[in-house]
Design a protein around this ligand. Structure first.
Ligand code: HEC
Length: 458
């Protein structure tokens, strides 16, 4: 018997899915035959093809009917385990509204699986939606949204990675060239295309600059110097496969000072052929010079392993750590990070009155995906001063974990993917008591309005 109900074995998951499929009244028209052209292609276009196309990061293209049929059993497996598309947040608990949700809805999943389980008919060519336009990896993804390329691009030194080698960590330092203060509205990180993308496992970018000691930086400095925190006030942005970047809500942003530099940590993973001179770029979109956002957002590193990580062979280990917020805050995102034994992580708020609430939980963590769950503006957790954030991590070192390379090994903390760690990257925006009260009031009014509207419909 396992100590918690967050860890779901494949068997339970399969059972849940089987039930969902059997009880399938949800399909719009039960009589209508499911076809590739009408029902399946739109789901693949919207949720899969951005990665499953030639030249992108996935191992095979899913752009055609023939390809989809060829890979049908694997698609069925990965989709029903909710491993693909890579969106692993638990849908049964916590905030559910995100800016970048790319998970399948229950209905999409049922449709796809029902078609895969049947004869997989093509259907009528006329139903096939036109092929979507995908941004290619050499383009800045936020360009379209902002209507311009980044205002500033900071490029790392080049690095050549041998065909066969252990993982490498490259740590260059780059001048930003800024001569005045600028407020950042959005950050995107992009490895060079296509080669860099194939070898860059993840990247950290630290902002190195001379800070004025003010109230807020005192708080972050306190966190940074605590033995349980890494990164410090300067951690700017983290990138890994599957992540584009971050756009801050209006009125909030990150501050860059004149003379600032970017200190990189690029984690390279060899792919069997030499990759020469790949690099990483940071693209920055600024607020207009005359628009100073009221609040400053900082990327925080929250450790979930306490002071020690001790994972016995064949066992599930649960670790936890706590952080108290000195000021009211809004959390912009949740991005758990673990390695191959990582199974689940939750972020819970313990309010000053003792009430507890799970804000987010990933119950089906996949170590090779670093998905950043970015909260929708109206749903981002708003926390009063004195709230304690509890981070809980589950590591599964049993043979039941399909990603476990060796369940007979003891595992401790370390950088390699066969060692472990567990932390969450969270962008924290501290706000004033007045802003907190005003935002709470605004959200309550919104909720009431919504209720009245819904009441009216009934
Ligand atoms: C963000 C990019 C991305 C999206 C979106 C995505 N995939 Fe994947 N997919 C990958 C990558 C990368 C891999 C290989 C690494 C891995 O398995 O994690 C993969 C692996 C797979 C595999 C396993 C291939 C094998 O080696 O057996 C299947 C099947 C699959 N994806 C199907 C899908 C389907 C179906 C969708 C949409 C419903 C989807 N994927 C959405 C990137 C993506």
């Amino acid at each position: 018997m396992r100590g918690n109900n967050f860890i779901r074995g494949p068997a339970t998951m399969f059972f849940a899915l089987a039930c969902a499929i059997m009880a399938r009244p949800a399909l719009a028209d039960a009589q209508e035959e499911l076809t590739y052209a009408k029902h399946v292609a739109p789901i693949l276009q919207e949720n899969c093809q951005v990665c499953h196309q030639p030249g992108s990061i996935a191992p095979m293209s899913l752009m055609t009917f023939e390809a989809v049929k060829r890979y049908a059993p694997r698609i069925r497996e990965k989709v029903s385990q909710r491993v693909m598309p890579p969106w692993h947040i638990d849908r049964s608990v916590g905030v559910q509204e995100f800016k970048n949700d790319r998970g399948l809805t229950d209905e999409e999943l049922e449709t796809l699986v029902a078609w895969l389980d049947g004869d997989m008919p093509y259907g009528d060519e006329a139903d096939l939606p036109p092929a979507p336009d995908f941004p290619d990896g050499s383009e800045w993804q936020f360009k379209e949204q902002f209507g311009r390329p980044p205002d500033l691009v900071v490029k790392s030194d080049p690095y050549t990675l041998a065909a066969k080698t252990q993982d490498k960590w490259f740590r260059p330092l780059t001048e930003t060239g800024l001569t005045e203060e600028r407020w950042v509205k959005a950050i995107e990180i992009r490895p060079s295309w296509p080669d860099g993308r194939s070898v860059v496992h993840h990247t950290l970018a630290f902002l190195v600059q001379q800070e004025d000691p003010d109230e807020m930086s005192e708080a972050t400095a306190a966190l940074a110097t605590s033995s349980r925190s890494m990164g410090g006030p300067g951690l700017f942005m983290e990138w890994a496969v599957g992540k584009v970047g971050e756009i801050f809500p209006d009125g909030a942003g990150k501050l860059m000072l004149p003379g600032s530099r970017i200190s990189w940590e690029v984690h390279y993973h060899a792919i069997g052929r030499e990759v020469e001179d790949s690099y990483v770029e940071l693209g920055l979109w600024f607020y207009p010079k005359d628009e100073v956002p009221e609040n400053r957002t900082r990327l925080r590193y929250f450790n979930a392993t306490g002071d020690d990580l001790d994972i016995a062979p064949g066992k599930i280990a649960v670790t936890q750590d706590f952080y108290t917020l000195r000021w009211p805050a809004r959390l912009e995102n949740f991005q758990p990070h673990m390695h191959m034994r990582g199974k689940a992580m939750s972020m819970t708020a313990i309010y000053p009155d003792g009430r507890k609430e799970i804000l987010s939980q990933v119950s089906n963590f996949q170590w090779n995906w670093h998905v950043n769950y970015i909260y929708a503006d109206h749903a981002a957790p708003l926390l009063p001063a004195g709230t304690t954030l509890a981070f809980t991590a589950w590591h599964d070192n049993t043979p039941e974990n399909p990603n476990n390379p060796d369940h007979t090994q003891w595992v401790g903390w370390g950088d390699r993917t066969i060692d472990e760690m567990a932390h969450a990257w969270v962008d924290v925006t501290y706000i004033t008591e007045e802003q907190y009260a005003a935002e709470i009031a605004r959200r309550e009014a919104l909720a009431q309005e919504q209720e009245t509207k819904e009441g009216g419909k009934r």
